[in-house]
Design a protein around this ligand. Structure first.
Ligand SMILES: *Cc1c(COP(=O)(O)O)cnc(C)c1O
Length: 430
């Protein structure tokens, strides 16, 4: 450990995982731009390949720059370990892969990033997996959706696109009772606003592409393991509890204990699926994380100002920001994300689809992009873009109907953002 895990968040976001380089003393984490690592001798190589010794073999599995990021995100989330990978979508597959098998299902919230709805409702079928989508505000429905073949429950802490807050304590109590892990996508909240493991999450996944990097430069993902789930408690998770033929019958749960999921993610997941994060991406994300708390405080402050202004404006019908006292989710904010409700929400514009499209085209500071969590303010009309592949019912269930736009509020001057929205709303609703 490079930094005492009891240090405060602001200290850990800079120091966790980062040691002076042992060869040069370099203070910033170097970009280890190498594919392979020289073994000390044949015995050393054999021990590494047998997982008897931890070390670097080949950068599809492990790389020192990426390892620094893994340790930093794991520390900030309060997890036992983490595995970084090439994107947020890769992280979701890496999280599900050890748990699922043909015929198994994941119970997922209907309020998810549009790409996740598509990944879960369409693409995972090719593996023989399936997803059951339910409204996670309806706790009885979540309970009822879990069956003998359910291997995970999946939701977002602050849910895309509306910024709705999920009651993680209640959801994790349900998954605990069923003996299955809860996976929380913490992309929109970040560990600064929400710490899902403290609310019972087993695994936390991130698109590091978003707030963790924070500047819209690289794609990346991360799976953090709480280290708290007993994979051998029943026979549902044989990849982790049973002998692994590709490692001479090694049992991950028995051998690695709280690090079983992390070791499996590297030794099987990255080795065989190959969705590896590259060291350049890890470097950009490490630099981004150094200012995470400062940026998130400003994101939240700006989101509150902009959301209040939009809610009071007669050209809008409603604003979904959970930080507003009018939000049905406002009561969950102090419990789930005590430092603020994030900076992602939707606004319903009077005039429907056409007004939304005109608004997007008329803004000057806001960028029209399929991204979120940038220092820059961003806007997208979900129904014609990120949620375009969804049916009308799925769009409504996801909170991405035709008459709403999604805003990701950046860290610019709030007054400038409001003035930009004011002039664009004038054009959109003229
Ligand atoms: C962007 C995003 C993803 C997917 O991440 P990529 O890095 O784009 O693959 C998953 N979940 C949420 C909440 C996201 O915002």
């Amino acid at each position: 450990m490079s930094a005492d895990p009891t240090y405060g968040f602001d200290t850990l976001q800079i120091h966790a995982g980062a040691r002076p380089d042992p060869a040069t003393g370099a203070r910033q984490v170097p970009i280890y731009q190498t594919t392979a690592y020289v073994f000390r001798d044949a015995d050393h190589a054999a021990a590494l390949f047998n997982l008897q010794e931890v070390g670097y073999i080949y950068s599809r599995l492990t790389n020192p720059t990426v390892a620094a990021l893994q340790e930093r995100v794991a520390t900030l989330e309060g997890g036992a370990g983490a595995v970084c990978c090439s994107s947020g979508h890769a992280a979701q597959l890496m999280a599900l892969f050890p748990l699922m098998a043909p015929g198994m299902n994941v119970v997922a919230s209907s309020r998810l990033y549009g790409g996740t709805v598509t990944q879960f409702s369409q693409t995972i079928k090719r593996f023989g997996w399936s997803a059951t989508f339910v409204d996670f505000d309806d706790h009885d429905a979540v309970k009822a959706a879990i069956d003998d073949n359910t291997r995970a429950v999946f939701c977002e802490a602050i849910a895309n696109p509306g910024g709705h807050i999920t009651d993680l304590d209640t959801i994790s109590a349900i998954s605990d009772e069923a003996g299955i892990p809860l996976i929380v996508d913490n992309t929109s909240a970040t560990p600064y606003l929400c710490r899902p493991i403290e609310h019972g999450a087993t695994l936390v996944v991130h698109s590091t592409t978003k707030y963790l990097t924070g500047n819209g430069t690289v794609t990346g993902g991360c799976v953090v393991d709480s280290g708290k789930f007993d994979w051998a408690a029943n026979d549902k998770f044989p990849s982790l509890s049973e002998p692994e033929p590709a490692y001479h019958g090694l049992k991950f749960a028995e051998t690695f204990g709280p690090l079983a999921f992390t070791f499996h993610g590297i030794a099987i997941g990255l080795r065989d699926l190959g969705m590896t994060m590259n060291p350049q991406a890890a470097h950009y994300t490490l630099m981004g994380i150094e200012t995470l708390s400062l940026r998130m405080d400003r994101h939240v402050e700006n989101a509150m100002k902009v959301a209040k202004w939009l809610e009071d404006d007669p050209r809008t019908d409603y604003v979904t920001y959970a930080g507003l006292p009018s939000s049905p989710y406002a009561k969950l904010v102090p419990k789930i994300c005590p430092k603020g409700a994030g900076a992602l929400f939707t606004v319903a514009v009077k005039g429907g689809y056409d007004a939304c499209v005109k608004l997007v085209d008329s803004l000057e500071i806001f960028s029209h992009v399929a991204n979120l969590g940038d220092t820059r303010s961003l806007i997208i009309h979900s129904a014609s873009t990120t949620h375009r592949q969804l049916t009308a019912e799925q769009q409504e269930a996801a909170g991405a109907g035709p008459g709403i736009v999604r805003l990701s509020i950046g860290i610019e001057d709030a007054d400038d953002l409001i003035a930009d929205l004011d002039q664009a709303l004038a054009k959109a609703t003229a």
